[in-house]
Design a protein around this ligand. Structure first.
Ligand code: BTN
Length: 259
C-alpha cells in the first residue's frame, strides 16, 4: 500500500497492516527471504501478535488493537560490521524524539534500547541483523510501544506504563507510527552520513540513570555506581569507587532501589 499520510522519504511509505500475525519480525523475515526484492523502509504493523518476541527470548505481551507493534525493514549496507550498536542508538533516539512530541519530559532510553517513562517501561526494540560476508544485508527493527493500554499484568511484566496512562487520553496509533517512522528515518540518515559522534551524544543525553548514583546486580553481587558512558560497541560504562568498568548486556542488571 502506498502511504500518503507519512511525510517520510522511505520509512513507512510501503505500509502493510495485518490484523493478526505471530510476530511482525517473523513476517518481515519471510518477506525478506522471498525472491521478490523488498523496498527499504517497508513497515509491517499488526493489531494483534500471538507470539510477539522480546529480547533475551522473552515474550512480548500486549493487548490487541491498543498498542503499536511493528517492524521496519532497513538495508544498512554502509554500516561497518562492529558498528551495529550505532543503529540501536539511532533507533532509540528516533523513538524518544517522536514520543517527546506527545510527552515533553521524562522519556528515557534504558540501555541498551528500552523506552522508559520514569521507572516504568513504555516500549522495547528487537533488532535482528542479516549479514552477507562482512556487510549488513538487511535489518529488521521490531518495535513495541505501549500506547492506549491501561492494565498490565504484573506477573508478566516488571513495571509498565503507556502513553494513555501518562496523558490520560487516547493517542491515534497511525499518527504516532508516522511520527516514529519520520524520526527514525532522520536518525538513520544521520548514521548513513557518518554522524557518529552526534548520535552518541544524543543517545547518552537521553539515557536513563545517566550519571546518577544507582544500584546494579553484577555476577550475583549488588554494586553501586554511576553510568558515565556507552561505548560505540554498546558496552555500558559504570564508574564504581573511582574505577570505570564496562559491561555487556548479559553481565549487568539494573536494580530499582536507590543507593
Ligand atoms: C523487548 O523489550 O524485549 C523488545 C520488544 C520488541 C517487541 C516488538 S513488537 C513488534 C516486533 N515483533 C516482535 O515479535 N517483537 C517486536
Amino acid at each position: 500500500m502506498q502511504n500518503n499520510t507519512f511525510s517520510t522519504l522511505f520509512v513507512g511509505q510501503n505500509l502493510i497492516k495485518l490484523s493478526e500475525v505471530d510476530s511482525t519480525n517473523n513476517f518481515l523475515k519471510v518477506l525478506v527471504s522471498n525472491s521478490e526484492p523488498l523496498t527499504e523502509g517497508t513497515v509491517i504493523m499488526a493489531d494483534k501478535q500471538f507470539a510477539g518476541r522480546g529480547q533475551q527470548d522473552n515474550i512480548w505481551h500486549t493487548e490487541p488493537g491498543l498498542n503499536l507493534t511493528f517492524s521496519i525493514y532497513l538495508k544498512p549496507s554502509f554500516l561497518p560490521v562492529g558498528k551495529q550498536f550505532l543503529l540501536n542508538m539511532a533507533v532509540s533516539i528516533g523513538i524518544r524524539n517522536a514520543l517527546q512530541r506527545f510527552v515533553k519530559d521524562g522519556i528515557r532510553i534504558k540501555w541498551p534500547n528500552d523506552i522508559y517513562f520514569g521507572h516504568q517501561k513504555m516500549g522495547g526494540v528487537l533488532i535482528e541483523n542479516m549479514l552477507s560476508g562482512s556487510t549488513y544485508k538487511s535489518t529488521i527493527i521490531g518495535i513495541g510501544i505501549n500506547v492506549n493500554q491501561l492494565h498490565f499484568d504484573s506477573r508478566k511484566l516488571k513495571s509498565a506504563t503507556s502513553l494513555k496512562e501518562i496523558l490520560q487520553q487516547d493517542v491515534n496509533l497511525i499518527e504516532l507510527l508516522a511520527e516514529i517512522c519520520s524520526h527514525i528515518e532522520k536518525q538513520y540518515l544521520q548514521l548513513k552520513a557518518g554522524g557518529y559522534s552526534q548520535l552518541k551524544d544524543d543517545y547518552v543525553r537521553g539515557l536513563y540513570k545517566f550519571n546518577e548514583p544507582a544500584v546494579y546486580r553484577q555476577n550475583g553481587e549488588v554494586i553501586e555506581g554511576r553510568i558515565t558512558e556507552v561505548t560505540e560497541s554498546g558496552l555500558l560504562g559504570i564508574l564504581r569507587a573511582g574505577e570505570l568498568r564496562h559491561y555487556n548486556f548479559k553481565e549487568i542488571e539494573f536494580l530499582n532501589n536507590t543507593p
